[in-house]
Design a protein around this ligand. Structure first.
Ligand code: GLY
Length: 384
């Protein structure tokens, strides 16, 4: 790009950056996307659950509203993406079954159900035998569950491939280098310097680099987004058609530990995930794989016959309040779309829509439409 400033520069080609780049280009923008290996971070590791109801947490009601909004947007986002790319994204609307393994796990599930009811979320308690009628492969040892038909899933790797195709079709220019440093001139972001030595200048830079977003050199200290890596380890299994396998996503509490099993049409079963504050330690540990498989087989004994295809670890971009940072950074010309923590796949459609909406409205510093996401909720507090 040299010295000629483009319109938009999106830093980071995970699901958030790709979705934002696609939508900006669709809206008529001239977009450059910077990533040495698009969709190779958290997006490639994520299970792809679109599960605001089974992942509802106390104290996260505002985030829940956003999660529900994005869940509602997913079917049309998926259809549009498939039409634009000619690729399937593996959208699966079979629903989710939450399972309690022992009496304490069942009690915790009852508590979750009370919370869901308070928020008028769709969730129906089921006895153990009703769970097994829905999913005959479940162990007879389980104590009961919750049927949550509206929590669906997509295959993030297929979504990323489709987004890359759709971005190409929409004219997004992909530059395969990492961002080394934010370029700032006269109190304004003017683009980034790439690790390959080139400069990529733009009127608006969108920083969507997941947990690495806070590490970009050149960010003014007070405005550095407070995102951190939260390690998740998981396993990918494959069950052939002779082995009983679930149709729905299963999310279980097994003797106090969480495990989920996400079935794909082709027989793949994603089993995850740990949640660890381990900095950037990316090792897959025997202990995590043992714990995941132990708990998964407690509810679904047939997984012992599965092929263990892959074990992997990735980093969720965690934020201090578990909600993302989407909006003006506090530095003119720089917008953030990061910190999506457990919900990056789920929140991609709504995040991309907000990015376009904000940019169309002039990215004013007075923007207050979504205070729960406003990145300045952290930086304001930290600045004198
Ligand atoms: N939302 C699933 C996870 O973070 O593991």
């Amino acid at each position: 790009m040299g010295d000629h400033p483009g319109e938009f520069l999106v830093v980071g080609g995970g699901i958030i950056g790709l979705s934002a780049a696609w939508r900006l280009a669709q809206a008529g923008g001239e977009v450059v996307l910077l990533d040495p290996a698009p969709a190779s971070g958290a997006t490639a590791v994520a299970a792809g659950m679109l599960a605001p109801v089974t992942e509802a947490h106390y104290g996260e009601e505002e985030l829940l509203a956003l999660n529900l909004e994005s869940r509602a947007a997913w079917p049309s986002f998926a259809a549009e993406l498939e039409a634009a790319s000619g690729e399937s994204v593996g959208y699966n609307a079979s629903g989710t079954l939450a399972i309690g393994y022992d009496p304490s796990d069942k009690a915790a599930l009852d508590e979750l159900h009370r919370f869901q009811q308070k928020l008028s979320l769709e969730s129906t308690p089921l006895t153990a035998s009703a769970c097994r009628r829905l999913e005959p492969a479940l162990s007879p040892a389980i104590r009961g569950g919750l049927d949550v038909p509206g929590d669906h899933q997509v295959d993030p790797r297929r979504v990323a491939s489709a987004l890359l195709g759709a971005c190409r079709e929409a004219g997004v220019v992909l530059e395969r280098t990492a961002a080394a440093r934010l370029l700032v001139s006269s109190d304004r972001a003017i683009g980034v310097a790439g690790e390959d030595g080139r400069e990529f200048r733009a009127a608006t830079t969108v920083l969507a680099a997941g947990w690495r977003s806070g590490e970009l050199a050149g960010l003014p200290e007070g405005l550095r987004p407070p995102v951190r890596p939260v390690k998740g380890q998981l396993c990918r299994l494959r069950l052939d058609e002779r082995v009983p396998r679930p149709a729905r996503t299963l999310r279980a509490l097994v003797r106090g530990s969480f495990v989920y099993l996400v079935p794909r049409e082709d027989g793949e079963l994603v089993c995850g995930a740990t949640s660890e504050e381990m900095g950037t330690d990316r090792r897959v540990t025997a202990g995590a794989v043992y714990q995941l498989l132990r708990d998964a087989q407690a509810i679904l004994p047939s997984i012992l016959e599965a092929e263990l295809v892959e074990t992997l670890a990735g980093f969720r971009p965690g934020s201090p309040d578990n909600a993302p940072l989407v909006g003006p950074s506090g530095l003119e010309g720089l917008m953030l779309a990061t910190g999506h923590f457990r919900h990056g796949i789920l929140l991609a459609p709504v995040t991309a829509a907000i990015v376009v909406e904000l940019i169309s409205s002039g990215l004013g510093e007075g923007w207050q439409a979504r205070p729960a996401l406003d990145p300045r909720r952290f930086t304001r507090r930290r600045r004198p």
